[in-house]
Ligand binder design. Structure first.
Ligand code: NAD
Length: 366
């Protein structure tokens, strides 16, 4: 029997396709009847943003280029001030998650609509989540005002994204998709998006590694990133993200590689209690087994086997367990007690083959 579910759809118009940033953007901006657009792009992406906006240059009232990673509050204040001074009626962001985040910071206080043109695989453009940093402290929140009203996805814009950055944000997207199968607000629709996202990312990641200038691989990666962001926005984050967040914060481990190493272990742990998820993930990866399929993909992309290769110490496994334990979602498919959690983190640290019961191979260490 079909289970009951709640699906809180994330609204927004999406235009996807190679070349669309040049052929469709002017019409998309015109749909807002905007006469005073604030163009937001980092210094690096400014020439690209200007060339994309050239067909409607008369509508650009001002340009903000002082984009910084993680949206420092002073950057948000400067961008808001410019929006007000320019009398902006639309925000047009061209760039990665940091640029989209800057536009979101302006929308948060002004309510101005955003048209987003992403140039990375971060996925922020389809979420109502904003983030800002003050000193080292990051604050995040959810507000529908920051959700871009229109996203123009043009894979041609991602051709210049370096391969290591492409792999990093593509793998991050893969983690969003896999986790969406058991995240707290999962439902059949987010699962559908996640499965198709895994299919596209599983094809796109090795294709872009082999041929960074290949149009098909780039299109697969961007499509997968869109689906990953969409699934994540609806389903939320679960056990995997709690572990990676704690590891990244406490031991300064690199974000994307940490995700890629931990993901097969969390999947292996949850799979016995989520067989449908494991089947669908395997199918999407075109493999007989989801866990080995994911682990093999990571290896193919040059991801180290264990967190120890990223500099984490074995003595930090207990600390990590203590940090993660209180944050484990109550509705994870399998109950996560402390010994099981420690064994999972230890297996990810050691680079052992991911298995459903890591405690069995690490008895005596809990
Ligand atoms: P980024 O926007 O900081 O960009 C990384 C680097 O890549 C920058 O130097 C940028 O100039 C360059 N770059 C961007 N596009 C390029 C291209 N096509 N070719 C060459 N270089 C290019 O990084 P990101 O990974 O896109 O975004 C990370 C940020 O987004 C983080 O702050 C993260 O917290 C945030 N984020 C937010 C959400 C959300 O839902 N709010 C979701 C995902 C990420």
């Amino acid at each position: 029997m079909r289970e009951q579910f709640t699906y809180d759809a994330v609204a927004g118009r999406v235009v996807f396709g190679a070349g669309t940033a040049r052929t469709a953007l002017a019409d998309e901006v015109a749909r807002f009847d905007a006469a005073r657009v604030l163009l937001i792009a980092s210094e690096q992406e400014e020439p690209l943003a200007r060339s994309l906006a050239a067909p409607f240059a008369e509508r650009i009232a001002a340009t903000f280029t002082a984009v910084r990673p993680h949206v420092p509050t002073e950057v948000a204040a400067d961008a808001r001030e410019l929006a007000t001074a320019a009398g902006a009626d639309l925000l047009l962001s061209v760039g990665g998650g940091s640029t989209t985040g800057t536009a979101k910071a302006v929308a948060l206080t002004t309510g101005l609509p955003i048209v987003a043109v992403p140039t990375t695989y971060a996925g922020s453009e389809v979420t109502p989540v904003w983030g800002m940093t003050e000193g080292a402290r990051k604050t995040t929140g959810v507000d529908q005002r920051v959700l871009p009203r229109c996203v123009v996805y043009d894979p041609e814009l991602t051709l210049t994204l370096p391969v290591d950055l492409s792999m990093a944000s593509g793998l991050n997207a893969m983690a969003h998709c896999v986790e969406a199968f058991w995240a707290p607000r999962r439902n059949p629709i987010s699962t559908l998006m996640a499965e198709e996202g895994i299919r596209a990312l599983g094809r796109g990641l090795p294709a872009v590694l082999d041929e960074p200038g290949g149009a098909d691989g780039r299109a697969d990666l961007l499509y997968g990133a869109y689906l990953a962001g969409s699934a994540f926005a609806v389903a939320g984050s679960g056990l995997h993200h709690k572990i990676c967040h704690a590891l990244g914060g406490a031991f300064d481990l690199p974000h994307a590689r940490t995700h890629a190493i931990v993901l097969p272990h969390v999947l292996a742990f949850n799979a016995p209690a989520a067989p449908d998820a494991a089947d669908r993930i395997a199918r999407a990866l075109g493999r007989a087994d989801a866990v080995t399929g994911l682990a093999e993909l990571s290896r193919r992309l040059g991801i180290p086997a264990g967190l120890r290769e990223l500099g984490m110490l074995e003595s930090q496994v207990d600390e990590a367990t203590d940090l993660v334990a209180p944050t484990v979602p109550a509705d994870n498919p399998r109950r996560v007690d402390r010994p099981a959690l420690r064994a999972l983190i230890h297996a990810a640290w050691a680079g052992s083959p991911p298995g459903p019961d890591a405690t069995a191979t690490h008895q005596g260490q809990t």
